[in-house]
Write a protein that binds this ligand. Sequence first.
Ligand SMILES: [Zn+2]
Length: 341
Amino acid sequence: MSDFSIGVDLGGTNLRIAAIDDRGRLMEKVTFGTKTIVGRDQVLNDMCTAIRQTTAKYQTNGTLLGVGIGLPGIIDMKTGMMRESPNLPGWADYPVRAEIEKRMNTPVILENDANCAALGEKWLGAGRHVGDMLMLTLGTGVGGGIVIGGKIHHGMSGMAGEFGHMTVEPEGNPCGCGNRGCLEQYSSATAVVRMAREVIAAGEAPGLKKAASSDVEFSAKEIYNLAIQGDEGARKIFRRAGRALGIALATLINGLNLEMYVIGGGVSSAWEAFAPSIFVELRQRSMVWAATAPVDPLATPSGASAQVESVGGQQTIVTRALLGSEAGLYGAARLPIQRGC
Ligand SMILES: [Zn+2]
């Protein structure tokens, strides 16, 4: 017998639902297309039906502790409403939690998706052996989450962790948030493609130009593939992304002195291409890093965990995420388990 919870990761394109037991073992996972086109109510109904079906299968094995749902947007933690949801049209100012609880008759916890990813990596991923950590998620934008004492730090109004909008270039590229030179203007997948197009336009990157003209879906992944093949133009883009991350992390490390800083999201698969530039910046810009850096900051994640254990958490670890796109799903499932603790 083990109690379990349901984790839901509701994105702009995919809806994923998992039953996970209180020790973090995945019991079942289902994935659907979100079909935002069919509308909010249909997505909600499909989601609740799938949660009920999954729950019915396992409720003879243990008690359902609740449902945790990761959503892309700003969530009002008190009222369970979404304040802003650019990727889920029609969901803003809608009582999401109340509507799901009404349909499910079980406690529901909503959480921002980047916070869920941070909690998932803390529970079962890169941060499982450390105390406090934060995570930067490099995707279409740059999200973030802070986990202190095993729990998400929300700040006054649930908005803590917006690291993607830290200024890394005072007069830099304009950002949708109203600022200029935000981290996500240099280290997101969107930024990698934009920077590639900029150097192509400046006539500085023949390899990138050739790839962009032959590929209609010129993506960050394509640019990474060129980088690992040694294309200098592509490598430069990732060095710039790493530099911006290093500048942001230097400030975070100086300000927070946490044990671990995890880099996740799709762009983190290009870790080898940008990570060395992070450490160049950290050495130059962070006194806390200088005092606590591991001998080999580029050691593998398992090596990093071993280092943390061996020195009792006295080193600052900057490392890549381990759970990939599953992090948010595990983090969402963790929420009801945590509340029951
Ligand atoms: Zn911004």
